[in-house]
Design a protein around this ligand. Structure first.
Ligand SMILES: [Zn+2]
Length: 113
């Protein structure tokens, strides 16, 4: 499952931070997830709970913040907000859009003990 590998990626980031900053318990993880990402937040949260078992992040809360999608329209050359992949350009109705933001996933903040 795609979300499982993403959750494992999040855990690797947390564990690297734990080594670097010397903390032993994570309370909350704030994760930015682009609106155009293929990952489903519910599935990601479920997988996260499973992969953090027995680690510094066991029992922590995963807060997922959706970040907006953005694309460059190749027809009218504007940067437009994109709520869903394959939506047309809101200005010219064109379908040739190049996604420039909203696909990424990023650990924004860790609340630790
Ligand atoms: Zn356009």
């Amino acid at each position: 499952m795609h979300e499982m590998s993403l959750a494992e990626g999040v855990l690797r980031i947390i564990e690297a931070q734990a080594r670097e900053q010397d903390f032993t318990r994570v309370k909350t993880v704030r994760l930015e997830l682009g609106q155009l990402s293929h990952a489903a937040p519910e599935a990601l949260a479920f997988c996260y709970d499973a992969v953090v078992r027995g680690t510094v992040a066991e029992g922590s809360r995963l807060e997922i913040v959706r970040t907006p999608g953005q694309a460059q329209c190749l027809a009218c050359d504007r940067t437009v907000a994109l709520a869903r992949r394959y939506d047309p350009c809101p200005h010219c109705g064109g379908h040739r859009l190049q996604v420039i933001a909203g696909e990424e996933m990023r650990v924004k903040e860790l609340e630790v003990q």
